[in-house]
Design a protein around this ligand. Structure first.
Ligand code: 3PG
Length: 207
């Protein structure tokens, strides 16, 4: 099983994907894989999400598929049952992290402040999602907290683009960044898998 630290090493950019149509799941996953991506976070924001994770886990096992936007304790078991290999939460509450930890899957708890990061570290979580990255202080914020919290590593997500990703990836406490720009809604609606592959390929040398 992949550790949280290893999850951050799979690809410089972890695609954060919103799937409205389960039929898009496998073509999107295959396009990301062709573009050189090894990991995908499917957000539990749509009715198609869990079935999409299931299809990707079965049909594209080379891609490590996880469940994102896990905001309620009951999502944790649903994510496991669908075949998720990791879990990402946008924020952290005790009840949510208890449920997610109980799955035994690697997970990235979401934090946006120093205090939240320290609370997560107290629970034994040293690999975290920093969300919403741009709105919460961006790369400058993460750079500032490396001094007092050098043992923590982050996957910043939220408002990051192909242009701003490199600033984050240059930081010693950032392993990868998350972003939805590899799978824009209009590109998925048009079934333009070639475009998804191109957007993915443009990220593989960012680190
Ligand atoms: C997330 O859930 O991590 C964010 O919605 C992704 O942020 P982005 O759409 O700004 O990339």
């Amino acid at each position: 099983m992949t550790t949280p630290a290893e999850l951050l090493e799979l690809s410089p950019v972890m695609p954060v994907v919103v799937l409205d149509d389960v039929a898009h799941a496998v073509p999107v996953a295959e396009a990301l894989l062709r573009g050189g991506i090894r990991v995908i976070e499917v957000t539990l924001r749509t009715p198609a999400a869990l079935a999409s994770i299931e299809r990707i886990a079965t049909a594209v096992p080379e891609l490590v598929v996880g469940a994102g936007t896990v905001t309620a304790p009951e999502h944790a078991k649903q994510a496991v049952d669908a075949g998720s290999r990791f879990i990402v939460t946008p924020g952290s509450t005790d009840a949510l992290l208890d449920a997610v930890a109980a799955t035994g899957l690697p997970f990235l708890p979401g934090v946006s402040t120093v205090g939240e990061a320290m609370r997560a570290a107290e629970r034994g979580c040293s690999v975290l999602k920093f969300f919403p990255a741009e709105a919460a202080g961006g790369a400058a914020y993460l750079k500032s907290i490396y001094g007092p919290l050098p043992g923590l590593r982050f996957c910043p997500t939220g408002g990051i683009t192909v242009s701003s990703a490199a600033d984050y990836l240059a930081l010693p406490n950032v392993g990868c960044v998350g972003g939805s720009w590899l799978t824009p809604k209009d590109v998925l609606a048009a079934g333009d898998w070639q475009r998804v592959e191109e957007l993915a390929a443009a990220t593989t040398t960012l680190r």
